[in-house]
Design a protein around this ligand. Structure first.
Ligand code: 5GP
Length: 179
């Protein structure tokens, strides 16, 4: 099994590049089918989702658009759905069919806030796709992604856009922290 050392921690390969490609193709196929006849707006949540977004978007056959956002959610205000946009939305979501693209949903805190924000901004529909989902960590059920690449146990992963202290995002496979 291939391993990497990132910032002094050892990570073992968990999902090789070829399997990731299959996972992403499956999600794209479902979205293409479900959104036939529509023109969805994809919102990529930076930084972690950039690689998933890129691979997914290449397989989308719809007349889709893309925009980007970077945010931080705060424990204290999360229940009211407030999120702090480090890079705010540049595109109006009013009356749009929005598909949020995330790297990983853990507790769901970030997406819980963002979904509420998009609804307040007048989106016609809001769905979520996440490359990874940790069902055992979820605390906000409305943040359950409709389009899940892969559900994983509550373990720390990196690679394919996900970082450990900003390192490891460039790895093309997904790795899990060795216990
Ligand atoms: P949530 O708001 O769902 O608790 O957290 C989502 C964010 O936490 C993700 O966008 C990601 O930045 C970070 N995160 C959660 N789990 C992991 C993990 O296993 N690895 C990495 N690298 N980031 C994670």
């Amino acid at each position: 099994m291939q391993s990497v050392n990132v910032n002094g921690l050892i990570f073992d390969e968990y999902l090789p590049e070829q399997e990731i490609a299959t996972v992403v193709s499956d999600v794209a196929g479902r979205i293409n089918a479900d959104y036939a006849g529509r023109e969805p707006l994809f919102i990529c949540v930076l930084n972690g989702a950039f690689m998933y977004m890129s691979d997914l978007f290449k397989r989308i056959t719809l007349p889709a658009e893309i925009t980007f956002v970077r945010m931080k959610s705060y424990e204290g205000t999360a229940t009211t759905g407030n999120v702090n946009m480090l890079v705010p939305l540049q595109t109006s979501v009013k009356d749009r069919d929005v598909i949020i693209v995330e790297d990983i949903v853990d507790t769901g805190l970030t997406m819980h806030g963002f979904i509420q924000h998009l609804k307040r901004e007048g989106a016609r529909s809001v769905e979520l796709t996440s490359f990874l989902f940790k069902p055992d960590s979820l605390q906000f059920p409305d943040a359950t992604p409709k389009y899940i690449g892969k559900s994983i146990p509550t373990k720390f992963v990196l690679g394919y856009g996900l970082d450990y202290d900003e390192k490891g995002r460039n790895l093309s496979s997904l790795y899990v922290l060795r216990q």
